[in-house]
Write a protein that binds this ligand. Sequence first.
Ligand code: GLY
Ligand code: MN
Ligand code: MN
Length: 428
Amino acid sequence: MQAEYRQRREQLMAKIGTGTAIFRSAPTAVMHNDVEYVYRQESDFFYLTGFNEPEAVLVLAPHHEEHKFVLFVQAKDPEKEIWTGYRAGVEGAKELYGADEAYPIAELEEKLPKYIQDSDRIYYRLGRDRGFNETILKHWQRFMGMYPKRGKGPIAIEDPSPILHAMRQIKSPAELDLMRKAAVISIEAHNYAREIAKPGRYEYEIQAEMEHIFRLRGGNGPAYPSIVASGENACVLHYIENNRQLQENDLLLIDAGCAYGYYNADITRTFPVSGKFTSEQRAIYEIVLEAQSQAMEQVKPGNPWNQMHDAAVRVIVEGLLELGLLDGDIEEIIKEEKYKPFYMHRTGHWLGLDVHDAGVYQHGEQAQTLQPGQVLTVEPGIYINPNIKPAEGQPEVESRWRGIGIRIEDDVLVTSNGQEILTAGVPK
Ligand code: GLY
Ligand code: MN
Ligand code: MN
């Protein structure tokens, strides 16, 4: 992988020319008191280095004579490492991660200016780390103050995301290997969940069995908090309490996926825990299944990305009209989004190092077009919340429909001749 990280840095450096790009590591997060969550690097930082330690700064200075790739890292500290584990340290940053130069993070203030002073702009995304934002602004102001005398220096601070995230959107073969692995493990977990989900079992038992498989197969763990939502819990989009007992005739919506090598899978399936749909459940399920199938057909290179959403919405509105859950003119319902009480989210998102991955969806008025190497989810749903208030002028929802929540979600790779469904191994 080191060769690939280098290639990514070189690609970015070729695009920023005489700028200097600076990335801040993710902060550590406290679980409670002095106990921390497992550390996970910020995705841009990881994408460019594979370096998974906090308190670090990555500098890419393509115009610098010797040091184009610089890491500021936690210094080695044998005493601290006994408690918190191995640190690469300054030597490791060079030997293991290929930095041209590395410094202890304590030397940032002193050493950073020499990588900025001859650049014509700083590429940095002003982020949540206010203290670090201040550091960047301070150096920038200082060089701007000297600009009249020097006639050079970083005249602007620019967000590197448009350049870097366009790169991250197109997955390399090595990235796809990791995403396929994440998918395969998640498929196994979903298939096992379907085997064991029976009336009487608890949502958390299903969650536990799935997350057991995530870790057992070498994954990092869940890609996001697993949603195991039975009955009307499925109408809460981010339901994660997972503490209800499954009842006869419940549907179970499971939205769970694992991370592998920090790449994510994101799968949703909804099925009847007693093995048989009620007629209302079946009617809604078939609409969602058809919506997903038609949305999926729109996933091919050259298509505007939102075409799949439009296709899903049309199938959902047609279906709900047929069932009498919506009423009126189909075009008007779509235009005025009167379906939104039943379908309130988008049909998908980019997927990769982040579950809702980097990359734009729109270029101004123009939707992003799909290109080979992109991975996205296709995840339509219908949710008939028990407390649903239909849009104005729409029929009341009969009680037999209330509490049904269904989503079907797959991960799809855009290929040069169409698509590959990475998560096809879970039946629908
Ligand atoms: N599980 C998060 C999502 O489906 O977007
Ligand atoms: Mn999901
Ligand atoms: Mn998703």
